[in-house]
Design a protein around this ligand. Structure first.
Ligand code: Q46
Ligand code: ZN
Ligand code: ZN
Length: 314
């Protein structure tokens, strides 16, 4: 297999694009494409301040690397979730994120949930009795709350996450199987800023997961290989595996599934356009972040519930 650009031996073959590239051209192609997506979807400009949510995984560290290479003004945010799972998951991902930031001389904000709120994510999940024994519901809620809080408090224009095409296609698959109109209308590369909620963007949403792995390795980025121990057996992973089976038989299936959805949504052909549920947001009485619930936002209600529980788990 030869590189499409220079004819040298290719190191990455992308069947879905019918294109193979050598290492050097692949390392140029990824940022070039990212720049194209940032412009196409009006994600942000070089005058705006970007906060990249970094987890220590290949996608978020690669995203940060790409944005900095492209000359964007991008700082990192690491949330310490306090997840051990027998592999010291959070400690290791924190270490690798720190290392990446130091090596590249980048600014990293670190928020430790346990220090901030008294409990790690698994403990908060247990004592607030949310999520049927899995911490993912509390984890997702906390991450959304904290990312928005920090972006807003520190004056960032936009919050960027490292979701790749495999992530987005799996979410879309789930939302389609259940025909969730509200989620379908909101899913996309950009979630505009509204009433105290920071703009959210996903610049890697058109890259396959294997492309991001290849990028991280080719760039020599040290990232955490293990998934979060709580991800095992999740519906999301099941959807990803199902889509991979389709992809193996028909390369490009995932990309077409996602891109056709974006086109259909944009044109209004498949979905009746309605204003995204602006649901009368008002500031939470405890933390001040926007919420549609009366009184406290769902994060603060979760904290309140956790505080009311017996403390033997702490
Ligand atoms: S939600 Fe669940 Fe993830 Fe949080 S507890 Fe781990 S698997 S990290 S994306
Ligand atoms: Zn080449
Ligand atoms: Zn609140």
């Amino acid at each position: 297999m030869k590189c499409k650009k220079c004819g040298e031996k290719a190191s990455v073959n992308m069947r879905q694009h019918r294109m193979a590239l050598c290492r050097e051209h692949f390392l140029e192609w990824i940022p070039d494409q990212t720049e194209r997506f940032i412009k196409k979807y009006n994600m942000f400009t070089r005058n705006e301040k970007v906060l990249v949510a970094v987890s220590g995984g290949k996608d978020s560290l690669s995203l940060w690397d790409i944005l900095v290479r492209l000359g964007y003004n991008a700082d990192g945010l690491y949330l310490g979730l306090g997840i051990d799972g027998g592999i010291g998951y959070s400690d290791e991902s924190h270490r690798l994120t720190d290392e990446f930031a130091n090596k590249n001389n980048l600014k990293l904000h670190v928020v430790d949930i346990e220090k901030e709120y008294g409990h790690s994510i698994p403990v908060l999940s247990e004592i607030s009795h949310r999520g049927h024994g899995k911490p993912c519901a509390v984890c997702g809620l906390t991450k959304r709350h904290e990312m928005n809080r920090i972006a807003r408090d520190l004056g960032y224009d936009v919050l960027a996450t490292g979701h790749n095409l495999d992530d987005e296609a799996a979410v879309l698959f789930g939302n389609t199987l259940h025909w969730e109109p509200d989620y379908l209308l909101r899913q996309g590369p950009v979630l505009p800023e509204m009433e105290g909620l920071a703009r959210k963007v996903k610049p890697l949403c058109r890259f396959y997961e294997r492309e991001m792995t290849a990028y991280a390795i080719a760039r020599g980025i040290e990232y955490i290989y293990e998934e979060c121990p709580f991800a095992e057996g999740s519906t999301q992973i099941f959807y990803k595996e199902s889509l991979n089976q389709l992809e193996n038989v028909r390369p490009g299936t995932k990309l077409t599934f996602y891109l056709r959805f974006l086109e259909a949504r944009q044109s209004g052909e498949l979905f009746v356009k309605k204003e995204p549920a602006q649901a009368h947001l008002h500031p939470c009485e405890r933390c001040g972040q926007p919420t549609s619930a009366p009184g406290f936002c769902s994060f603060c209600r979760m904290l309140e519930k956790a505080a009311l529980q017996p403390t033997e788990l702490q």
